[in-house]
Design a protein around this ligand. Structure first.
Ligand code: GLU
Length: 278
């Protein structure tokens, strides 16, 4: 009898605990599997044509299409997405602070970042390259960069790789965004802009730069794009599942063709989830 009473009491405690947990997770968007009437905050780039770009007509690019697909699978329609600019140097902090639920912004998976955030993916493999003036014949290999003025972006793997291994002697200038480097490249304040070939191809194909710039074609690194989430978030597994579905149902292919076709960017095949190329 006594035992039964204790058991009943624990059942009440357990039920209360369970309902408290359920309430808690209803409040937190990033744990629900359905958006309901809520919003999901997604970090993207605003100035990278073909990948993530804010235009008068709305947000466009491959990262946007991936983010929309993922958000849909998480239960959020396009209208429930709140887009936020996540510049290269701000991404880990934005996730850690909870400013965004996930980031799809040419965000390479690497061990350093994995100490601070988690990644789903990869969903695209790109390679670091250089964008130079079309009439510049002095940069024929990555080693030639050592005597040049290079522009890249604070907090990017592109800048880090230049310093660590690609061209440690280069005069490297770090700007807040890649688009900020373009003017300097045009008016010869800098000799080359270095980052992922996917991004550079987008700039080179812009109407205002047609014929002015070219890519080196050096494939200096592997950049495995992942979707960043807060460390320990259960969104990672859900997003991995969504990315797998995106490839399986043909949406990934459609998105790469639509977004990289205009820049004539030769994208790599869809990577397998968890297959990070070093
Ligand atoms: N994918 C590289 C990175 O994550 C370069 C592009 C970027 O800065 O977004 O740092």
């Amino acid at each position: 009898m006594k035992l039964r009473k204790v058991t009943a009491a624990s059942a009440v405690v357990l039920a209360l605990a369970l309902s408290a947990t359920a309430c808690g997770s209803n409040d937190k968007k990033d744990e629900g599997s359905s958006g309901g009437g809520g919003k999901i905050k997604v970090g993207i780039k605003f100035d990278q044509p073909g990948l993530g770009q804010k235009t008068p007509q709305g947000y466009t690019g491959f990262d946007i299409d991936v983010a929309k697909y993922v958000a849909k699978k998480l239960g959020y329609d396009e209208g429930q997405i709140e887009w936020k600019e996540s510049k290269s140097g701000d991404r880990e902090t934005m996730l850690q602070r909870g400013d965004v639920d996930f980031i799809a912004a040419t965000y390479s998976i690497n061990p350093e970042r994995e100490k601070k955030v988690d990644f789903a993916g990869p969903y695209l493999l790109a390679h670091q390259d250089v964008l130079i003036r079309a009439d510049d014949d002095s940069i024929k290999s990555p080693a030639d960069l050592n005597s040049k003025k290079l522009c890249s972006v604070t907090g990017s793997t592109s800048a880090q790789n230049v310093r660590d291994k690609l061209a440690p002697k280069a005069d490297l200038q770090n700007y807040p965004t890649y688009s900020a480097c373009l003017g300097g490249l045009q008016n010869k304040q800098i000799d080359a802009l270095t980052t992922d070939d996917s991004i550079l191809a987008g700039y080179a194909s812009q109407e205002q730069f047609k014929g002015k710039f070219k890519l080196g074609g050096f494939k200096m690194t592997n950049e495995n794009y992942g979707i960043g989430v807060k460390k320990g978030s259960d969104l990672k597994d859900k997003i991995n599942k969504a990315l797998e579905e995106m490839v399986a149902d043909g949406s990934w292919k459609k998105a790469v063709e639509a977004n990289f076709g205009p820049a004539n960017y030769k994208y790599e095949p869809a990577p397998k989830i968890g297959d990070i190329k070093s």
